[in-house]
Design a protein around this ligand. Structure first.
Ligand code: SF4
Ligand code: SF4
Length: 105
């Protein structure tokens, strides 16, 4: 018997609504070498994608974040079972970086 699990999620859209602007104080930074999807070389885990309340994480190997809409809530970092996501202060990050370590400014 095949079981189907439904996950309630809103649908992402491009527009002004929900855009973060400049008020986010921290952002998620992914450490790809620790990500379970990268380690397994397939679309595994993706828990961060499922839990992001703003639907701004795209599935991938590793998943990626759309910083235009990320609010910096930190839920993705909390739920990641591999510790592959850390929240970093905006002041320590390059403009578009999510998959590289923050720079020291
Ligand atoms: S910090 Fe929050 S809004 Fe940003 S990607 Fe993670 S879960 Fe989504
Ligand atoms: S929750 Fe963590 S381990 Fe799982 S896909 Fe996301 S970054 Fe990778």
């Amino acid at each position: 018997m095949t079981r189907h699990i439904e996950i309630a999620q809103s649908t992402p859209s491009v527009g002004e609504g929900g855009r973060t602007g400049d008020w986010r104080s921290s952002r998620p930074v992914f450490e790809p070498s620790a990500c379970l999807a990268v380690k397994q070389g397939k679309l595994a885990c993706q828990i961060c994608w499922a839990y992001c309340p703003d639907v701004c994480i795209a599935q991938g190997i590793p998943p990626t974040v759309d910083l235009e809409y990320c609010k910096g809530c930190g839920i993705c970092a909390q739920v990641c079972p591999a510790g592959a996501i850390s929240m970093q202060p905006e002041s320590a990050c390059d403009e578009a970086a999510t998959n590289v370590p923050p720079t020291n400014k």
